[in-house]
Design a protein around this ligand. Structure first.
Ligand code: F6R
Length: 266
């Protein structure tokens, strides 16, 4: 039974982004100097744009400290496909955030970089809210499906499915770096609160599987079922009643609170 998940099923991508931005901004208003975990990818782009609008209207993000989930390896921060570049252009600049941390995509010793990144994160204090997207294969960060849960930060080979999914950001799939540095599942699970975003039909099955299926390293996001405080904001194509129904409602195993865009329980 999932008692720990609040699910917002929003009408479309914009509504999902507005809702997620409001939740994040509220968290920062409560804890303006806390540590926050950030994600990249297509899904949170709209939320970051909405946060920039909130900043224009007076929201202040300037005192937070951020830790990103992951970075390709090897990649230079000046490479427009790097997550460092993405964050600088779309998030840190527009939101006025200066205390930022990302794994170093240029690290000569990636294993040592993972250890150092994890230490830095641990010494920064509790992560008040961790923003997550979900991969088509159920990954969170770059913790790819595997036989075991990847607890520690690590230098990982990207799954073929991830290389193919992320090829859209590059000239072609051959340009996608084959490895990444990623925060491990332990650090993600230690965040006080998780804000998971999902958008589009392509995420419907995996989202339902992650939230209501067996907890398995084959679907890394399924570990979130064990987290005490998860908020999922999905658009209605990602929150497919059909996918959830077959796996959950039908079996009466799903007790999350789902809301529609107007805030009414589904
Ligand atoms: C990105 C990250 C990844 C993405 C996931 C979904 O920092 O950690 O887990 O959240 O690959 O990516 P999009 O949003 O592009 O579908």
């Amino acid at each position: 039974m999932l008692r720990n998940i609040t699910l917002y099923a929003e009408a479309d991508y914009t509504a999902m982004s507005v809702r997620a931005a409001a939740i994040f901004a509220e968290a920062v208003k409560e804890k303006p100097t806390a540590v926050y975990g950030f994600a990249t990818g297509s899904t949170p782009e709209g939320m970051y744009r909405e946060l920039a609008k909130l900043r224009e209207n007076g929201a202040d993000f300037s005192d937070i400290t951020t830790f990103n989930l992951d970075e390709y390896h090897p990649i230079k921060p000046s490479d427009p496909q790097s997550y460092a570049y993405y964050m600088k252009e779309r998030v840190f600049g527009p939101l006025g955030i200066t205390k930022t941390n990302l794994p170093d995509g240029t690290a000569a010793d990636p294993a040592a970089e993972c250890v150092a990144y994890e230490r830095k994160l641990a010494s920064a204090g509790e992560v008040a809210m961790q923003i997550l997207g979900i991969g088509n294969n159920g990954h969170i960060g770059f913790n790819e499906p595997s036989d075991t849960f990847a607890c520690q930060a690590s230098h990982v080979p990207l799954a073929q499915a991830t290389i193919e999914a992320n090829a859209r950001f590059f000239e072609d799939a051959s340009q996608v770096p084959r490895h990444a540095l990623t925060m491990g599942l332990h650090a993600i699970m230690m965040a006080k609160r998780i804000l998971l975003l999902a958008s589009g039909e392509g995420k419907a099955q995996i989202l339902a599987q992650a939230l209501t299926g067996p907890i398995t390293p084959r679907v890394p996001a399924s570990i979130l079922q064990l987290h005490p405080c998860v908020t999922v904001v999905a658009d209605k194509t990602a929150f497919s009643a059909a996918a959830f129904g077959a796996m959950a409602f039908g079996a009466m195993a799903f007790s999350a609170t789902a809301f529609n865009a107007a805030g009414a329980p589904l």
